[in-house]
Design a protein. Structure first.
Ligand code: TXA
Ligand code: MG
Length: 311
């Protein structure tokens, strides 16, 4: 059963309590409804992917209450400070270098060293964020469906799959946020609710677009497919060869194990941390245990196949 919560004090307190307990809750923003999880809780984040039925792990946007909270998570460049002062709260997501001490679950960034952050311009969302801290939230639709702009839209896709929806009425903007990469060249990653012209006026320069000559090689798609361990990777291995570092799952225990009990939520939460750990161990040959190809297993296998692809 999905609870239907109002945006009064009791509803906000209930939403915060659910999120604090690792549950997932749809929340209103000025752009579209987001499906939120505690950004520091990898298993809660894994539940977001599971509920959406996403067949792949794309990095998620993290929502914070104000620019000060953002500065605890990312390195705010001068351009980022300028854009934040002009457009936050608002329909602008900035992709910036992730701070080492941010404490964000690796699944949120799909293992990348960058983070997309935004301060939503919605009183209920910000009141909730002040209680909970950073919330990772993609749009609250099933994978492949359009973004929801009302609590009814959210429930049409996700009723019974999420703990609650916080009903803040219809979303005034109705379009997803504009995403700008600042790594450090200002680059348009997704057009959205904030016009590009307004951003360019504020920065005093044109935004690059991925693929422009001389632009930094970034786009959500490219970036999200590029974290892979340095070692060669073999998949669906029941008994590793000598010299291979074994990444285990369920009954196949490894040097590192994604989930001893064979729990796909736990495995998804552990995945990118384990891949980074394999690099830190200097693993040159990696064998991965078989992972069932259903539910979150599909996204885990998608990511592992990319890691195993010849480079
Ligand atoms: O308005 C919005 O942005 C809504 C509300 C809920 O805030 N959220 C939203 O999230 O549209 P989602 O997950 O549907 O789209 C997020 C996009 C994805 O295309 C993802 O690849 C990109 O943001 N993204 C997030 N973090 C990124 C990163 N570190 N680098 C590159 N792209 C990133
Ligand atoms: Mg979306």
């Amino acid at each position: 059963m999905t609870r239907h919560l109002t945006t009064d004090d009791a509803g906000l307190a209930e939403a915060a309590a659910l999120l604090g307990a690792g549950e997932i809750v749809a929340l209103p923003t000025e752009t579209v409804y987001g499906l939120a999880a505690d950004a520091r809780n990898g298993e809660a984040v894994a539940r977001v992917y599971r509920a959406k039925g996403r067949p792949a792990f794309n990095p998620l946007i993290v929502h914070v209450a104000d620019a000060e909270a953002a500065a605890e998570l990312v390195e705010m460049t001068d351009d980022a400070e300028r854009l934040a002062a002009a457009f936050w709260p608002g329909a602008l997501t900035m992709v910036l270098p992730l701070r080492d001490d941010a404490g964000i679950a690796p699944l949120v960034t799909a293992g990348l060293p960058t983070l997309g952050v935004r301060v939503p311009d919605h009183p209920a969302a910000r009141a909730l964020l002040r209680k909970t801290g950073p919330l990772a939230a993609p749009s609250a639709n099933l994978s492949g469906r359009i973004s929801p702009t009302s609590a009814e839209h959210v429930l049409a896709g996700l009723d019974g799959k999420i703990a609650a929806v916080l009903d803040g009425g219809p979303c005034p903007v109705g379009l997803e946020s504009t995403i700008v990469g600042l790594l450090p060249e200002p680059t348009l990653l997704r057009a959205g609710g904030l016009p590009v012209e307004a951003l360019e006026r504020c920065l005093g320069t044109a935004l690059q677009e991925p693929g422009d000559p001389g632009s930094a090689p970034i786009s959500p798609g490219q970036l999200s497919s590029h974290y892979a361990p340095a070692g060669r990777v073999r998949l669906a291995v029941e008994s590793p060869l000598e010299g291979e570092t074994y990444l285990g799952f369920g009954p196949h225990e490894g040097d590192l194990t994604l989930s001893r009990s064979g729990d796909l939520v736990e495995a998804a939460a552990a995945l990118f941390g384990c891949l980074h750990q394999l690099d830190a161990m200097g693993a040159t040959a990696i064998a991965v245990a078989p992972i069932p190809d259903h539910g979150l297993g599909r996204a885990i296998n998608d990511r592992l196949r990319r890691a195993a692809a010849p480079r």
